[in-house]
Design a binder for this molecule. Structure first.
Ligand code: BTN
Length: 256
């Protein structure tokens, strides 16, 4: 099973990145954590791809949990020789996942800045990029199918692709686009990101210094920051989280 999965990943990547080491676990607390510990122990050289069939403590941004039940999702982490700073890795990963889903399904995922992917108004993918010394670990979780009984309440706005997608093929296409994107011209990645990030013109709210503020999105800048027109004039958000105030993502037609 493990070998067949790795072969499918390699097949999906074509001839490229033959140096990528692929490991698969039936279960892990968190694939990001496993890679982080291995990197800390000096046990591995990038690039490495680790997948798990399920995660018992999947990690999301801002200390949240990423619900990772067995058999219905793709949970993967890549350790890459790339500086972890800035939003470039996260943005490239978001575009890579969109491209892979677009290739393998008729779906057109939309990106909610900075790194959540939505389909039919539901979050189908989360991305968590973490530094490991001078390298980066890019963790990606894609909900392929809705778990039997549905998502638990703690999964929030979670939804699934609900398409017959082979998760190893999906992992291979994502890894390929991510590694290609990081090796290439970031402005091309940004164009692809902007085309899938439909918030320009929308009203959002965000937290700044513990204070909730409202603003209108005006675009995405050359470094991937969210340009806004807020109460204090033009500003750029570099990290954190935005919400759509009274509207939910499922109400907003741009996320359908
Ligand atoms: C988020 O939605 O806030 C980010 C979720 C990232 C989930 C992925 S699943 C694989 C990798 N391992 C983790 O523990 N988290 C990431």
């Amino acid at each position: 099973m493990e070998q067949a999965g790795a072969a499918l990943i390699r097949q999906a990547m074509g001839e490229k990145y033959g140096n990528l080491r692929i490991e698969m676990l039936p279960t892990a607390d968190s694939t990001n954590l496993r890679l982080k510990e291995a990197a800390r122990a000096g046990a591995i050289d990038p690039p490495w791809l680790l997948t798990a069939d399920e995660q018992t403590a999947g990690r999301g941004r801002l200390g949240r949990t990423f619900v990772s039940p067995p058999g219905t999702g793709l949970y993967m982490s890549l350790l890459l020789n790339h500086p972890p700073a800035g939003g470039q890795v996260t943005i490239t990963a978001a575009v890579a996942v969109c491209r892979a889903i677009e290739e393998l399904t008729p779906l057109h995922p939309r990106i909610k800045w900075v790194n959540d992917l939505f389909v039919r108004g539901k979050k189908v993918c989360g991305i968590l990029a973490e530094g490991a010394g001078s390298r980066v670990i890019v963790g990606i979780g894609v909900n392929i199918l809705t778990p039997p009984g549905g998502f638990p309440p703690e999964a929030g706005l979670a939804g699934a692709l609900d398409m017959p997608v082979d998760r190893f093929t999906l992992a291979g296409r994502i890894a390929l686009h991510l590694m290609d994107g990081l090796a290439g011209d970031f402005s091309a990645v940004l164009d692809a990101y902007r085309a899938r990030m439909p918030l320009a013109g929308c009203q959002i709210s965000y937290l700044q210094n513990g204070q909730e503020k409202n603003a209108r999105v005006t675009g995405v800048d050359e470094a991937g920051g969210l340009m806004i027109l807020g109460p204090d004039g033009p500003d750029t958000l570099r990290c954190g989280e935005i919400s759509l105030g009274s509207q939910s993502f499922s109400d907003l037609s741009v996320f359908e």
